[in-house]
Design a protein around this ligand. Structure first.
Ligand code: AKG
Ligand code: FE2
Length: 199
């Protein structure tokens, strides 16, 4: 039987386990969740410190969770809001597929092409040794870049589409960095949800 998941694409990059599901959500569900989250999430813009200098983060964020545990990265500590019913519904859809039970969701709102997310790995110690990161895209599609930490010949670009899921698992965060680069094209807003497990 052809299922939604039959369109699964394994990126097949060395030292990683990354799969892409372009139609994880139907487009009507994806439209609905984009609108609700856009309008109801208390989006915040934090300052980050890079080499001692303070910058406004080039996107808006919010943290949700079910165990009260904070998440810290780039000198920011975020305290979670309680999950809303929409976020719980998306979380359960991912859990039904992965059998991973997520505690936390970090949301990003990229307002336009000037908003971005610089090179990093999701390797904070509260995520555990081989974290599973489930990343949903709603709204504007954006390129997601990957580069190997040691082998500069290894790099990859993938367009993350409305309603898609990107699943990063295994040793991925040990060996690869990822980013959402800026673009000069006039583009709309994108919401990204990254579900994580924080012990
Ligand atoms: O927006 C994205 O697709 C990536 C977000 C990300 O890498 C993060 O929040 O750690
Ligand atoms: Fe990330």
């Amino acid at each position: 039987m052809a299922t939604l998941f039959s369109q699964e694409r394994n990126l097949n990059l060395p030292d990683s386990d990354i799969r892409y599901f372009p139609n994880f959500m139907g487009s009507e569900d994806a439209d609905f969740y984009f609108k609700v989250l856009r309008d109801t999430v208390p989006w915040q813009q934090d300052d980050i410190k890079v080499f001692g200098k303070v910058y406004a983060q080039p996107r808006l964020t919010a943290l949700y969770g079910n165990n009260g545990k904070a998440y810290s990265y780039s000198n920011i500590t975020m305290e979670p809001h309680a999950f809303t019913k929409e976020l719980l519904a998306i979380k359960q859809q991912i859990e039904a597929m992965t059998s991973v039970y997520f505690t936390t969701c970090l949301l990003n709102l990229y307002r336009d092409g000037k908003d971005s997310n610089g090179w990093h790995a999701d390797d904070e110690k509260e995520l555990g040794v081989n974290p599973v990161i489930a990343s949903i895209t709603l709204g504007q599609e954006r390129f997601f870049h990957l580069k190997h930490k040691k082998d500069s010949k290894l790099k990859h670009k993938i367009l993350l589409e409305h309603g898609s899921l990107l699943l990063m698992e295994g040793a991925t965060q040990h060996h690869w960095l990822h980013q959402i680069p800026k673009t000069a094209r006039p583009i709309g807003e994108r919401i990204n949800l990254t579900f994580r497990v924080i012990d």
